[in-house]
Design a protein around this ligand. Structure first.
Ligand SMILES: *Cc1c(COP(=O)(O)O)cnc(C)c1O
Length: 366
């Protein structure tokens, strides 16, 4: 059988070792006689899974003690409402600043408008979302409620290049970051952010789990309308067990965290991700047959959109890629073309197989 490489943007590839371990433990977790799916979330067995997952995530990102790690539901889009509902209580009249860098921050802007006054402090719309607006061009509101950025735009394939560049002075406003599609792919200094959130299904585990890392002094600022099950303070006070958490998704995420530690942690992962992205972008830049349109300094290491110069070949490209075991390369409908998502769990061999296929395809169709 051909080796399969899955380039889906999300839900996305998981480490094979993790899936094998989950399969082996499916019917009987550690001699408990139960599948993880069948356990009470308040029993000793699941509590140990939960504690280990939170602790391992804290280790991997070196999350400081004054930040809470919350395991939530509702996805990245849910957080677009949950964030303003949790941060606007003290000053409901305050303005929320956004940096508009692509599809996901665009959705965040739209949703936040239901909960507060919104100001787009910078936008890359004029470039077709192929750049990250430099910090010097951000027109931030003095005394904003918070500043929201999406540091990796999964659809557009742009990524912030990190600290110190966006250790942005936000005039004291909390910095809220959607890291759904690149969390744990590169080293970050959590203390430079105030709220970090992300859905798990891009770079961590199964859909259904949403992670929020919140600086403790921001808890307890919710609007009265905020549902209890989404109130960060209530969730923090209850150890992410206020209501039934997505137990199986947390278990798989925990296995991924252990796998990441075995790989050498986030620093080692980042080096692999740099090498994978370089291989693909270097090839794209070396040929006229394909093209990536993102400005070089804004390119995402995780999501690589590209186009065939002759778009009439798109269908045959996708069919032949699939026949060669290279799956889910079709671009997002709003951008078109192709997109290769090369998250942590995509091995270098997968990117090598993709580039070899692209070279051969170009040779045959030139
Ligand atoms: C996928 C994604 C989301 C939305 O996640 P859902 O879980 O579908 O709500 C939000 N932000 C970014 C950056 C994403 O990649």
């Amino acid at each position: 059988m051909t080796t399969i490489y899955n380039f889906s943007a999300g839900p996305a590839v998981l480490p094979k070792e993790v899936l094998q371990q989950a399969a082996a433990e499916m019917l009987d977790w550690h001699g408990s006689g139960m599948s993880v799916m069948e356990m009470s979330h308040r029993g000793a067995e699941f509590m140990s899974i939960m504690d280990a997952a939170q602790k391992d995530l804290r280790d991997l990102l070196a999350v400081p003690a004054n930040y809470q790690i919350l395991f939530l539901q509702g996805g990245g889009l849910g957080e677009n409402a949950i964030v303003p509902m949790n941060l606007m209580g003290k000053r409901p009249e305050a303005t929320i600043d956004f940096i508009h860098t692509g599809s996901w921050s665009g959705k965040s802007i739209k949703e936040a408008q239901k909960y507060g006054k919104v100001h787009v402090a910078a936008s890359a719309a004029a470039s077709g979302f192929t750049t990250i607006p430099p910090r010097a061009e951000w027109n931030l509101t003095p005394d904003a409620a918070y500043v929201h950025i999406c540091t990796n735009e999964t659809i557009d394939g742009v990524e912030f290049q990190f600290a110190p560049e966006i250790a942005a002075d936000t005039n004291g406003a909390p910095l809220v970051v959607d890291m759904s599609s690149h969390i744990l792919s590169r080293q970050i200094d959590v203390s430079k952010y105030d709220v970090i959130f992300g859905g798990a299904q891009k770079n961590i585990g199964p859909a259904g789990l949403t992670i929020a890392i919140v600086r403790e002094d921001l808890l307890g600022h919710s609007l009265p309308v905020c549902p209890s099950a989404f109130d960060w303070k209530i969730i923090a006070d209850n150890g992410s067990m206020y209501n039934t958490p997505p137990t199986y998704a947390i278990y798989i995420a925990g296995l991924v965290f252990q796998w990441l530690k075995r790989q050498g942690g986030v620093a080692a992962m980042e080096q692999k991700n740099i090498a994978k992205a370089k291989l693909l972008y270097d090839y794209l830049d070396s040929t006229d047959f394909y093209e990536n349109r993102v400005e070089k300094n804004s390119r995402s290491r995780m999501n690589v959109p590209f186009f065939l110069k002759d778009e009439s070949l798109n269908t045959v490209f996708l069919a032949e890629a699939k026949a060669n075991g290279l799956l889910q390369l079709k671009g997002h409908k709003s951008v078109g073309g192709m997109r290769a998502s090369i998250y942590n769990a995509m091995p270098m061999e997968g990117v090598q197989a993709l580039v070899s296929f692209m070279q051969e395809f170009a040779r045959q169709h030139s």
